[in-house]
Design a protein. Structure first.
Length: 245
């Protein structure tokens, strides 16, 4: 059984405008509770026992949040790793979705682990579905009506064949939800990727290298998922919480 979850939460969240001026977007409150708290609640409810939280922007606010966060009335096993201290801030150091993985090799300690982004919401059921303690990596895909807005996963039977980022023409409707299960082999591939056209190190490039070796399988999620990125998402998530009750 996989115990560890790496949560990437180093980013600023500029699309949240003034709402993320003094704190990371992950800590913006919805229904009087930080968004990240809902995600952590689901992670622990799904049976995972340890969270490695990769922080950066306004990391002092993250430290304060973690110190006060409880689940089931008790504190949880959450450790913080500063991406900016290890790799430098966005303007000067390495940046991109693969960078949190560069920071956690020692904390993972050769175990299989879950990797996800702290500004996305995943249900308990979908988080449980990723707990596959075997020798393969997994990517969670979801069927979307407008796949052109996402990275689209191309399948070869149960394996990931390729990821097409925001395709201009229809290639499929199974999109990447940024929820992964990795084996320690991911740390062998990390040094092999270069910067993308955006000038960043992309986790999808690591995934593509693993896919070439037939090491990545696809899990199709079936429940609610959202990317908490814009001010309008606050109301959307609030509506979800109210309808769930």
């Amino acid at each position: 059984m996989i115990k560890k979850v790496v949560v990437s939460a180093a980013g600023h969240g500029t699309r949240m405008l003034e709402l993320s001026k003094d704190k990371p977007k992950h800590l913006i409150e919805v229904e009087h509770k930080p968004f990240l708290a809902y995600l952590l609640d689901n992670i622990f409810t799904a049976g995972y026992q340890e969270v490695i939280l990769v922080v950066g922007y306004k990391q002092e606010a993250m430290q304060t949040f973690v110190a006060s966060y409880t689940f089931g009335g008790t504190s949880q096993n959450i450790s913080l790793v500063s991406q900016f201290e290890l790799l430098g801030p966005k303007e000067q150091g390495d940046y991109g979705t693969a960078c949190p993985l560069k920071c956690v090799k020692e904390q993972v300690k050769g175990e299989n682990f879950i990797s996800l982004v702290g500004d996305n919401f995943y249900t308990v059921e979908d988080l449980k579905a990723m707990n596959k303690d075997d020798g393969f990596c997994y990517v969670a895909g979801r069927v979307e009506e407008h796949p052109e807005k996402f990275g689209v996963l191309l399948e070869d039977k149960e394996f990931l064949k390729e990821i097409i980022e925001k395709p201009k023409m229809f290639v499929g409707n199974l999109v990447n939800t940024s929820l992964y299960k990795f084996t320690p082999e991911v740390f062998e591939k990390l040094p092999l990727i270069g910067k993308s056209v955006r000038g960043e190190y992309e986790i999808t490039d690591v995934l593509s290298l693993l896919a070439k070796d037939k090491k990545v399988k696809i899990v199709t999620t079936k429940n609610y998922w959202m990317d908490f990125g814009n001010p309008s998402d606050i109301q959307k998530f609030s509506d979800f919480l109210k309808n769930k009750e």
